[in-house]
Design a protein around this ligand. Sequence first.
Ligand code: AMP
Ligand code: MG
Length: 353
Amino acid sequence: MKKTLILRVDREKPDEERIGLAAEIIRRGGLVAFPTETVYGLGADALNPHAVREIYLVKKRPLDNPIIVHVADKSDVYRLAKNVPKQAEMLMDFFWPGPLTLVLEASDIVPRITTGGLSTVAIRMPKHKVALALIKASGTPVAAPSANLAGKPSPTMVEHVIQDLYGRIDAILDAGPTRIGVESTVLDLTGEVPQILRPGGITYEDLKRVLGRVSIHPSALAKSKIYVKHARSPGMKYRHYAPKAEVILVEGETDLIVEKIRELAKQYVKAGKKVGILATDENVGKYEVGAVKSLGSRKDLSTAAKNLFRLLREFDEEKVDLIIAEGLPQKGLGLAIMNRLRKAAGYNIITVG
Ligand code: AMP
Ligand code: MG
């Protein structure tokens, strides 16, 4: 076991000395978990192939699932990408720092292990003072996937990082829970029309307003399993966000969702299963059996996004056998939430109505 340093820092005014310590670890090829506005990331020097290899090993991440490179300065994009189209510049001006990742042609300085063997590189600038301070102090772009074991729900609190990675990484910067709770939107700018590969913190509607034309890769909707040969983003083909419990997602009209979940919960409880229900404020009172947790109001999807991964992990701690989740509207952040829920459910989806 490694000794993992836990460095508590203020999210608004991070202590320079502690950031300096963490940055020194990154520069020496070590691994540091740090907060961003979306989820906690597990960072290493993006230009050091040995350091990046450690990320894959520690997370047990498949080697062909590329890692997002985090920058603190737009000028780094011009070093990491071969060409930076006008659209990319427009998007950076609009949404950076923020939860939008841009996929561009990679330059020769980016090690192939960072891009999972692809000729493209995914880049973003996080909107978090701790993340930005760490990247700046490291003096190098920081490759960082979510700081969880591969396949598990992403970490929105430092406790989640500790659960998954304590003793296997060099340090954790702790600045409290993350604000957004789902990961960044991954947008591919290498094709003719910009395409969302993963919905996230910047919505389809936001992008459409700025770009005019945006498409959504079928796997981003996560309606069904995607064939490997159609996977534009290798991450698409792996099971994700999955708690240990089996997950069933019920989609459709709200009243019918509630009716179906009541019926399913009773059935499974009768069969001796410990059932968790992932509900919303409007409906929490309507379930008679099962451990019920609410994501928040159906009218406040940003709160639902923030709570999602934490609640999935809580159900695991309570050792439920089965989680039955209410489907949410797919507008705004709802698209990102439903993408995570559908993947967590392993496409075990019931549509009612
Ligand atoms: P994570 O950082 O764990 O949230 O995962 C990063 C996501 O970005 C995964 O779904 C990757 O497949 C995707 N990604 C990273 N780099 C690229 C790339 N060059 N092309 C397409 N998708 C990418
Ligand atoms: Mg991840």
